[in-house]
Design a protein around this ligand. Structure first.
Ligand code: UD1
Ligand code: CA
Length: 461
């Protein structure tokens, strides 16, 4: 017996009910396409190799999933049985088992799929269908059992009699087949039904009539098999997935004040004793270190936040933030920024592709673009790193312990050496040496009694 499991994921459907230009399985749940969750659950089954059946929007799905996955193409949508036939190349001349599942059920867990495969293998079944009890089973295929309670066949809602429609045990569209039996059943399929389609569900009835061993594996947690056919269902599944992810973090020792209003992607890592206030959106490969506090309303994408750091009302993209640092409110940390430990980034500060060393402060209304700021630097209010000459970006270097007065322009490329001061209101175009004061502004003159003289002149005219 071969022990490799082929997982056939049917994702060729048109997704008409989504009313969208996007293929259905590319719609996102917690920041990732529906298909990503299904492929990742299937991949989690031991020794399992997914084959995705593509049709509508094939290029987009394939581009997203990449070349590591195997594909088969269904050019005409003639039903779920027909979809599986398209994967024939991967099944022929094989023994062992195939897992078959729909691509629109992102809540399905690896453990459930593994349970189904184990049940099928250990029980030596030719096919096992996953079922669940739905109070409202409208639209689903029903599991029809005989008088002794054994599997008989699956009937689609549209083909069912009134009596069959009372059945609450539904077919999840997730199966495990022994590969030779699956191929045998597929070869006997016809499209003699309400939709004129080749139903995969009929394969199980056909095999049953051939006296093969057919099982039903019942799932108590029916939410796992919720399919997405409409945007309403997309929103419902988003809610469930969001809750599932957040509960995982709560169990790991993270405080989430309002889990229904906190949005965390499936690959975000959060250490113990982090506190997250409502309105935070944590995306991509973000990580948050121990004891940090995320006050309300930040978006953090693909960034690493250190320990005991505090962030509020800010946007942080593809950047690194150290330990015991504070960011915000209203800071914008753009890609490529590396902010050290014990730094203070205050309100209306934008940092882009810049390093800011330990203990430095950029407290208000400042743009730090393409800069290298050393340790214990103080950047006053309203400083601009003038990094762009209309064609090229240049770098600005501010060395350790420098003090940049308020409302300064640093016209890059320029270097402010360590321990130096820049007078407020300066426009600095030349390097400033160590321990110097750089001052670059017109000297002030006061015109005595100017107002009176001016008024007199006005009257005379
Ligand atoms: C299917 C099952 C039904 C089950 C339900 C559970 C059949 C005939 N019916 O119905 O018993 O209760 O799922 O959600 O299988 N697809 C293709 N090519 C096709 C047709 C469909 O790849 O030609 C894909 C779709 O993209 C989708 C999956 O197969 O991912 C299921 O198809 P769908 O049309 O949604 O089937 P249901 O009517 O929901
Ligand atoms: Ca469906």
């Amino acid at each position: 017996m071969e022990n490799k499991i082929i997982a056939i994921i049917m994702a060729a459907g048109d997704g008409t009910r989504m009313n969208s230009f996007l293929p259905k399985v590319m719609h996102k749940i917690c920041g990732y396409p529906i298909i990503e969750y299904v492929v990742s659950s299937a991949t989690g089954v031991s020794n399992c190799e997914p084959v995705v059946i593509l049709g509508n929007g094939a290029e987009e799905v394939e581009e997203y999933l990449g070349a590591d996955i195997k594909y088969a193409y269904q050019h005409e949508r003639l039903g779920t049985g027909h979809a599986v036939m398209m994967a024939k190349n991967y099944l022929e001349n094989r023994t062992g088992y195939a897992l078959v599942l729909a691509g629109d059920i992102p809540l399905i867990k690896s453990e459930t799929l593994q349970g189904l495969v184990d049940y099928c293998q250990k029980g030596d079944y030719d096919a096992v269908a996953l079922s669940a009890i739905f109070e409202n089973a409208d639209g689903y295929g029903r599991i029809v059992r005989n008088t002794s309670g054994d599997f008989e066949r699956i009937v689609e809602h549209r083909d069912a009699t009134d009596e069959e429609r009372l059945i609450k045990e539904i077919n999840a569209s997730i199966y495990c087949f022994s590969i030779p039996s699956l191929l045998k059943g597929l070869s006997k399929l016809d499209n003699n039904n309400a939709q004129g389609e080749y139903y995969l569900t009929d394969v199980l009835g056909i095999l049953k009539r051939q006296k093969k061993r057919i099982g039903v594996y019942s799932l108590y947690d029916s939410s796992q098999i919720m399919g997405i056919n409409t945007r309403v269902q997309l929103a419902q599944v988003q809610k469930i997935m969001n809750r599932r992810i957040n509960h995982g973090h709560l169990e790991n020792g993270v405080t989430i004040i309002d889990p229904d209003n906190t949005y965390i992607g499936p690959y975000v890592k959060i250490e113990r004793d982090v506190v997250i206030y409502p309105g935070n959106v944590l995306e991509g490969r973000t990580s948050i270190g121990e004891g940090s506090i995320l006050y309300p309303n930040s978006r953090i994408l693909d960034s690493n936040i250190g320990a005991k750091t505090q962030i509020q009302n800010s946007v942080i993209l593809e950047s690194q933030i150290g330990d015991q640092t504070t960011v915000g409110p209203f800071a914008y940390i753009r890609p490529g920024s590396v902010i050290g430990n014990k730094v203070r980034i205050g309100d209306f500060v934008e940092v882009k592709n810049a390093q800011i060393g330990e203990g430095s402060k950029v407290s208000h209304l400042t743009y730090v673009g393409n800069g290298e700021v050393g340790k214990n630097v103080n950047i006053g209010c309203g400083v601009v790193f003038v990094n762009y000459d209309g064609k090229k970006k240049h770098r600005t270097i501010v060395e350790d312990n420098a003090f940049i007065g308020c409302n300064t322009n640093l016209i890059s490329p320029v270097t402010i050496k360590s321990n130096s001061y820049i007078a407020a209101g300066s426009t600095i175009t030349d390097d400033v040496p160590n321990n110097a004061l750089g001052i670059a502004r017109a000297r002030q003159i006061n015109k005595e009694n100017w107002v009176k003289k001016h008024e007199k002149e006005m009257e005379e005219n």
